[in-house]
Ligand binder design. Sequence first.
Ligand code: URA
Length: 210
Amino acid sequence: MTQHLTVVNHPLIQHKLTLMREKDTSTAVFRQLLREISQLLAYEVTDQLPMTTRRIETPLQEMDAPALDGRKLALISILRAGNGLLDGMLELIPSARVGFVGLYRDEETLKPVQYYFKVPDHMDERLVIVVDPMLATGNSSAAAVDLLKQSGAKDIRFLCLLAAPEGVARMKEAHPDVPIVTASLDEKLNEVGYILPGLGDAGDRMFGTK
Ligand code: URA
C-alpha cells in the first residue's frame, strides 16, 4: 500500500455509510451496517498481503494453489469503538490475532493516557491493522500507533470509517509510514472534536449508550 490516504469509494460502502450517518438509524441497523462495511474495508486494507503456494489435491489432480504467507496478521482495536469494526473483520479473517489499546484523554493536559494495552507476540513480523471508526483529531490514533511501534510493529495500516482532514494531517506528521484506509474524508471537526458532517458518537451509536 503506497498511498498515505485511500478513500474507498465503492458504491456498496457509500450507500451503507449514508444509512449509518442518518440520525434515525437504529442501534441494531447501525451495528449491522458497520459489520458489513468493515468486511468491505477489510478486503481493501488487506490487498497485497504476501502470498505463497501450497501443494494441494483437488478431486481431479494436484496443483500449487495460492495461500497467504507469513505470520497471521494482527488486528488492533482502539477501545471501545474499534470493537465495532473488529467484529466484522474477524468474520472475514478468522485466524487473525487480536490486540486492544485503551486510551483516555487527560482533561488537564488533553494528552492521551493509556489504561489498557495487550497485543499479540511477534508484532515485528505481522501486518498490523489498527481499527477505529473515527479518525478525528488524530491524537489518540497517533498515540496508539506510538505504542504499537514500541511493541515492535513495523508494518502498520490504519483503518477507519470516517476521517477528518485534521486527523489525517496529524497522522501524516506523526506516522507518515502508516497508510490510512477510510470510507470517507469528511469536511472538518467541530469545536468539540466531532467530525462534520460525520455520524455522531460512533461508540454511542453502536452500543446504544448516550
Ligand atoms: N469520535 C466519534 O465517535 N465521533 C466523532 O465525530 C469524533 C470522534
